[in-house]
Ligand binder design. Structure first.
Ligand SMILES: *Cc1c(COP(=O)(O)O)cnc(C)c1O
Length: 341
């Protein structure tokens, strides 16, 4: 779709093909320079490693227009670092940080007309990913890979304000101890699809996963970290080796401490404690924070005092401060905002 024909206010969270993408290939033991290409399609051998054994990892971040008209990304260096961790775990040759940052910058510049204007609530979602391309039939890592970055404009996550959601404690597990829960791999999502469809069929917005070993500690949802607020306004976020380290959650912890003067605890959180918290939210790039109003657990309900009508007061302050920093209305910590244009 031509950027000229996009009604920013009508955008949802879906794929809209833009004009340019970045592609680099790994062959004979090294990455090529990579560059911008036109073709949105990929031709792969039927036996490509990614198709047989799911050898692929990804990232997600956004570019957007700030109050003073710059086009920026938020902490892309952390996405580059996390992609390296993900690559290492799946025996994928790491995407050099320099190439990651250059690719993000080039692809945003090449699609600059698709960056939604300030105030529209829409953003340009950036999807970097790597996958094994050569034929692999015996179980082993591929020898050749492609790193690709495309962008797609997405609408405001909350149209007409953030309404609290209802989630349920899930009977399936997301990630094993010592497994792959801490990396951003497609495989962690493939096996969550059954649960999310089932949650929706039963009237829930999301699944809360507990730790697989004891089912007594809070982990995360399929794609967002938890953040809780205690009755005395302390911020508590669950800690576990099988939780994906959300950049939004890590940034909110800094905002809570340094901007709002709140005490922050990053520690294991027993499910038993959840009923005593005052507020609950889900943190991720897409929504920043989605407020949770209710948690359903096998016939019992935990209803947070903040209710089902609006975000709790602390969640709201966190949300407004972080989005203010991202949009250039509030001064950002050193290095958080990467200016592209
Ligand atoms: C991407 C992701 C998140 C959110 O991470 P952000 O860096 O904040 O976007 C949380 N949990 C899982 C499982 C994820 O894949």
């Amino acid at each position: 779709m031509s950027a000229k024909n996009i009604d920013w206010s009508e955008l949802g969270f879906g794929y809209i093909q833009t004009e340019k993408r970045f592609v680099a290939n790994f062959k004979d033991g090294k990455w090529d320079e990579g560059g911008i290409v036109d073709d949105a399609n990929i031709v792969l051998n039927e036996c490509a490693g990614v198709l047989q054994y799911a050898q692929t990892v990804f990232e997600g971040l956004k570019a957007y227009t700030t109050a003073d008209g710059n086009v920026v990304t938020f902490r892309p260096d952390l996405n580059a670092d996390r992609l390296i961790t993900s690559c290492e775990r799946l025996q994928i040759p790491v995407v050099p940080k320099e190439m990651f940052l250059r690719a993000v910058e080039e692809v945003v510049k090449a699609n600059i007309d698709y960056v939604p204007p300030y105030g529209s609530g829409a953003t340009l979602y950036i999807r970097p990913y790597v996958f094994g391309t050569n034929p692999v039939i015996g179980v082993k890592p591929a020898d050749e890979y492609q790193f690709r970055v495309f962008v797609t404009p997405v609408g405001p996550y909350f149209k007409g304000g953030a309404k609290p959601i209802t989630i349920r404690v899930c009977d399936y597990d997301r990630a094993a101890p010592h497994g792959t829960g801490h990396i951003k791999a497609g495989l962690n999502y493939a096996m969550s699809l059954y649960q999310i469809v089932d949650a929706h069929n039963n009237g829930f917005d999301e699944n809360m996963y507990l730790d697989a070993a004891t089912r007594t500690y809070v982990e995360e949802t399929g794609g967002a970290n938890f953040l809780f607020v205690t009755k005395d306004n302390k911020i508590v976020t669950p800690k576990s080796n099988s939780i994906l380290p959300s950049i939004t959650r890590r940034s909110l912890m800094v905002v809570a401490e340094k901007y709002l003067g709140l005490e922050v605890e990053h520690r294991p959180v027993a499910f038993e404690e959840v009923k005593d918290f005052a507020e609950c939210g889900l943190c991720g790039t897409a929504a920043v924070i989605s407020p949770v109003g209710k948690i359903y657990n096998h016939g019992e309900e935990i209803c947070f005092p903040s209710g089902m009508d609006e975000m709790g007061p602390i969640t709201k302050k966190l949300y407004e401060t972080l989005t203010g920093i991202q949009m250039g209305r509030i001064e950002a910590p050193e290095g958080w905002i990467h200016k592209i244009k």
